[in-house]
Design a protein around this ligand. Sequence first.
Ligand SMILES: [Zn+2]
Length: 343
Amino acid sequence: MNDTDGLYARAHKVIIEQWLPLQKGKTFTTEDVIRYFKADGVRNYRDGSSPLEFRRALATVLWNITHRNKTPDLEQNGNRYRLINRDFKVVTPGSTKGGNDFPIVWPRGVSDNTEFGFASTVVVKKGDVLGLGGEGNRGKSAFALNLTTENMDTHPVTLVLSENVHRLEDRLSHFDWVELLKPDGNWKFEVLEAHGSEEFLDIVRERANNLVIIDWLSVTKEAYLVADFYRSVSTLLNDGVCLVVQQKRSYKEYVVGGEGALDNCSVFLILTPGILEVAKAKEWQYNNPNNAMYRFAITNDGSRFCSIGEVKKCPECHGNKFVKGVKCGRCYGNGFIDVLEEI
Ligand SMILES: [Zn+2]
């Protein structure tokens, strides 16, 4: 096999195995493919080919699939390609009656019976992507672990960790209100260590019917890649649901790629110190939880949520904690006051 054949084979493999599975129902250009595989850089690949040669190979593969091999079915319209879908989900009588719900138990105050109010009203469907953005170490992992343990008896759960794997058993040792182990000594959930969005997508592809919890997605790249990641997760899921925990940068209002993330998530939550906010809830049953905010505390070495209650921005200081340089007397400098429960 000469170098050109090897290059063509590599381009063919990545297009068939990695690119096209993400393209159901979408159109794309050769440039989209090149950007996705970062073939626009300057480095040489291991086999000695240059990005320019790899770009050419990707373009040739797309043309050949479309006009020669015709497998899978690609059609070309101008400079855009589209994957023709011949595999539509068949809907039969009775198959849609509430059958698409994916009931989730959200983290809650297990010792004091407090709960995040959105939990009882928000609707999660099969195939949904959920997002959780937060700064630094502000309870994101506690949230991910609690979501894991709350659902491990009712759903196949896959917890994907990108760091602190060595601390997992220590952290789980504080979850003394639940039985974490099966009779065979294994956890009731699966734990995988993975790094980077490509590996996360590989896991979602293989666990498309599970509750997949990714803790966490490191994003230092451009916003469109974040949007594309969320879109890809949503395309790959079948009957499962995926929670993506993402770093929030304090200088951005949401997360990197915030709008793309919000567009592709059915629920998006933001964690700031002591406050959880519902940035988006696409569907709900009783009352609209969009923009609702809840205070909470975490005890027992980062394992247990407690003292959860709905709050709103203080009407006196408007969340600024100070009025004319003096600590706000209405909210005691918290910036928030409790929403009184209606009788
Ligand atoms: Zn105030």
